[in-house]
Design a protein around this ligand. Structure first.
Ligand SMILES: Cc1cc2nc3c(=O)[nH]c(=O)nc-3n(C[C@H](O)[C@H](O)[C@H](O)COP(=O)(O)O)c2cc1C
Length: 173
């Protein structure tokens, strides 16, 4: 069946994250970071999250080698960062050198100063179609009071038009 998945998924508003990992080489540790919006929370006990990456992604190869990654959830001021880490690896390297980030205590993967972050250890991978779903066990996590989240919708970055107000009197989960 000929379906236009992209056209429909463009109407699905998501947050935006930067996922980091690294590989150790004789010349030292090489960090990398990519922009990802396929983050999904897949289990609470144990705590597991999944990210979808292209099979051919060099970043995926690094994650499968290091077996660790960190996820930083971006705030509304970080659209430039999201753009920089959606570029090719050689271009990402320049953005990495000026990034405000510190190695996570649990994994060593870079954690960006952001509203929420997770440090993950490889749990499982499943190949589907042209992407690989990497499931990580969350071994450390944190939140901090920050600006509102960055939103990705209709192929571009957005800010919430007003402070997020719950539409129902009680939280759903
Ligand atoms: C908002 C946004 C979200 C993205 N989410 C993903 C994603 O979930 N998975 C993915 O493989 N690429 C995603 N990308 C594209 C990657 O960031 C980009 O292709 C990057 O270059 C991948 O790195 P690599 O292919 O060099 O390893 C996204 C890009 C943008 C702008």
């Amino acid at each position: 069946m000929n379906v236009d998945l992209r056209a429909t998924m463009r109407t699905f508003a998501t947050g935006v994250t930067v996922v980091t990992t690294y590989v150790d080489r004789p010349e030292g540790r090489r960090h990398d970071a990519v922009t990802v919006n396929s983050l999904s929370s897949v289990s609470l006990e144990p705590p597991l999250v999944a990210i979808g990456l292209r099979h051919a992604s060099p970043f995926l190869a690094d994650v499968l080698e290091s077996r660790v990654f960190a996820v930083s959830i971006l705030d509304v001021g970080a659209a430039d960062l999201a753009g920089a880490f959606a570029a090719r690896r050689d271009q990402r390297a320049a953005a990495l050198s000026s990034l405000s980030a510190t190695p996570g205590a649990a994994t060593g993967a870079l954690v960006i100063d952001s509203p929420g972050w997770l440090e993950c250890v490889y749990h499982q991978q499943v190949a589907f179609g042209d992407h690989t779903l990497v499931v990580g066990e969350v071994v450390a996590a944190g939140v901090q009071e920050r600006r509102p989240p960055l939103i990705f919708l209709h192929g571009s970055y957005h800010a919430l038009a007003q402070r997020a107000v719950p539409l129902l009197p009680e939280a759903i989960c």
